[in-house]
Design a protein around this ligand. Sequence first.
Ligand code: ASP
Length: 581
Amino acid sequence: MHRTHTCGELRLSHAGQSVTLSGWVQRSRDLGGMTFIDLRDRYGITQLAFNMETRPELCDQARKLGREFVIKVSGTVVERYSKNANLDTGEIEIDATALEILNASKTPPFTIEDESDGGDDLRMQWRYLDLRRTPLRNNLMLRHRMSIEARKYLDSLGFLEIETPYLIKSTPEGARDFVVPSRMNPGQFYALPQSPQTFKQILMVAGYDRYYQIVRCFRDEDLRADRQPEFTQIDCEMAFVEQEDILNTFEGMVRHLFKTVKGIDIASVPRMTYAEAMRRFGSDKPDIRFGMEFNYLDGLMKGKGFNVFDQSEAVIGIVAQGCASYTRKQVDELTEWVKRPQIGAKGLVYCMCNEDGTFKSSVDKFYSQDDWKAIASAMGANAGDLLLILSGNLASTQKQLNELRLLMGARLGLRKADDFKPLWVIDFPLLEWNEDTGRWFAMHHPFTSPKPEHIALLDTDPGSVNANAYDFVLNGVEIGGGSIRIHDREVQSRMFKLLGFSPEEAQAQFGFLLNAFEYGAPPHGGIAFGFDRFCALFGGQESIRDFIAFPKNNSGRDVMIDAPSSIAKEQLEELGINTRI
Ligand code: ASP
């Protein structure tokens, strides 16, 4: 028998029992008369004690064990002399009587402790060693819990989990597809799904009115810390529903997850229109854990001879509470920060609201103390606060100030990982104009329904059409998005036309869906949650990478298995792929 218990199981109540444990050597301490070993498995750590006096040979054997050796140990559970309150098993240790090495291990390239000394690449290359670390193990356990609880909730409401294919058809809309050559159809390619969108809609036509799937999706985009080329969605669709039904159903799911996984009761989730979110926070995914809302200062700050503002479409400011004590160096550093290409502001105007009631700004030449008094009062600022003001065209100024607001929020400790503030953002515009290509793009996707009362505007003023589309935002991160769909062939055809598809192209790309709409498509809508991000947020972290067992690095590589890789010439030929590339 390899074990009677796991390494996380034994307590004081087991004292006196003979047990056998198997696991990995995390650490050993040789104190001369005694050798202690921390034995680790998935469930925890148990201390093994080897006594030089009573069992010198065994102790000698234990001393020679290297880190990560796999061993099997038998002994008696005894109360520990010096207890460790940080360990569940910290009140006991095993007085070892037998030791067997099940497998040796090379010295691992980094320490397998809560805090590892391994860099990202190293940890990814030896992912199986990294996965032995407690933080990673906790992340994967959290992920498991969340998927189980999501399934339980959806199942309780009659949702069916239905699998949809991974080998599908490439479509020009959306992100870039990963493609797979078809050997049996030379010169033709499948695409891996960016999401099961059209399939779940087809399932609605087929009558499966409550569908979900925890499903892998693939997008060939440039990577960032919170993006992976393959990622997981909780993908859902319902028929015979309106927006309100979907918001309520999935608010329920989020509440269930918070309650069962984190033990947190979430009050009802507030809603904000897209327009309001942009106006107040300059973002369609505002972090509402803190205020620091936008103040539109055109009326107060234009016409005072300060050219930069006079020529700007918008002058917008925020109040950083208690930051009037910032030094010149600190505000210069903020100015440099907003001027970085990633943010793109031309400059930053600031004003300290001094404790003595005076104001000191970067544009004192143009604004009097009285001016500042009025501005500060309009912004709701008090003595001791710092005003930060940006200007330019409306959209980019909102975007830049959003970044600055998030930075200041973080600096002021207002974005705590364990403070959860969910939000629905609703009433998204249907379309977005792309300057480069000179055409409309669907803001969500081409299957999203315009608000029925806006359908007439599709021909006259497409930019003002709002959609029945919504995002679920948690702490400034978009973790869910969906919409009520078009279920009428005519409206869908009009939409494709607006997006620049000829009728033939629309038929070639999406004929299956348009045809399905002619066979009794019910009204339907849905949502998909980014499961990896959801898990990361629940785990209090920004990067999704450590919530995925085998992630890719920033170049899209799996450095453990070394993929992607070239394939043999014969393989290429078999696939009918030009071998000169
Ligand atoms: N398929 C959409 C997405 O991946 C979500 C949805 O509309 O349900 O973003």
